[in-house]
Design a protein around this ligand. Structure first.
Ligand SMILES: N[C@@H](CCC[C@H](N)C(=O)O)C(=O)O
Length: 279
């Protein structure tokens, strides 16, 4: 199996370009190849496939083998891969994902920056999905217990195609993400589980974010998580509708445009190496 290792701000993927449908045991394969000791090592396995609705289609599998609907960092990597390795005919592309078709622009002289129209965020409680039946889920209390210690947090729910719970904390750099992340990801208020963003707001246009990703664990960056964060902080009046989200692996610029209601994400997509996996 030929593959290419890529990353978006340290959120790393094994990219496989294929003309065929996926192998039957793709979920088991994802677990094997994403393993950082016995496999290649990555946060996700991404298939780049032909599409009859867009320039290219992507399917992604988390490191635990589950298939999420969307992945912002992978969309940028897939677009750059397609532009540099398959067709450089145009710098505006479309990528079909499990959450719809994303418009993408390859930017900069070296193609390293990629801008993506991530579409309209979903804010209605049951559609995110959460078990909260409301038009919006803002500052909703959520209680968890770890090692006998009970804790309440307040999350804002946003779906960018995949579900997110955004929680503001005092000092995100020192926050115990590993302790509370898995409990919140699996809380019954999220019927499909959720990605959990822990954030601290620096100013009206800057937010620090760490993420506990559904099906993966703590990662260095999450594109959909950064989009969900800016939507949540602007809904709560903590930021404006555009700003920089500082992640452990680098920065993403996010704009939630008033005119079309869509969230635009701009950031890096990087090649690491090519390889062949022996059977
Ligand atoms: N890292 C991604 C999100 C990948 C999917 C996520 N783990 C899920 O299960 O929803 C991103 O950059 O958006």
């Amino acid at each position: 199996m030929k593959f290419t290792k890529m990353h978006g701000l340290g959120n790393d993927f094994i990219i496989v370009a294929s003309e065929q449908e996926l192998p039957e045991a793709v979920s088991t394969l994802a677990k094997q190849v994403c393993d950082r000791h016995f496999g290649i090592g990555a946060d996700g396995l991404v298939y780049l496939l032909p599409s009859n609705r867009a320039d290219v289609r992507m399917r992604i599998f988390n490191a635990d083998g589950s298939e999420p609907e969307q992945c912002g960092n992978a969309v940028r990597c897939v677009a750059r891969y397609y532009y540099e390795r398959i067709s450089d005919a145009k710098r505006e592309l479309t990528v079909e994902t499990g959450a719809g078709i994303q418009r993408v622009w390859i930017e900069g002289d070296d193609n390293t920056q990629v801008r993506v129209d991530m579409g309209n965020p979903i804010l209605a409680g049951l559609q995110i999905p959460t078990t909260v039946d409301g038009e919006r889920v803002v500052d909703q209390e959520i209680a968890v217990t770890a090692e006998g210690e009970g804790q309440s947090y307040f999350f804002t729910g946003v779906s960018m195609g995949n579900p997110h719970g955004v929680i503001e904390v005092k000092d995100v750099q020192h926050f115990p993400v590993e302790k509370w992340g898995p409990l919140l990801e699996n809380h019954p208020i999220f019927p499909h589980k959720a990605n959990i963003e822990f954030i601290s707001v620096r100013s009206k246009n800057e937010v620090d974010m760490r993420v506990w990703e559904r099906g993966v664990g703590e990662t260095l960056a999450c594109g959909t998580g950064a989009c969900a964060t800016l939507v949540a902080t602007s809904l709560r009046g903590r930021t404006e509708r555009q700003g920089t989200v500082h992640l452990l692996g680098g920065d993403l610029f996010i704009e939630w445009q008033e005119s079309d209601g869509c969230v635009y994400m701009t950031g890096a997509a990087s090649f690491v190496f090519d390889g062949v996996l022996q059977g």
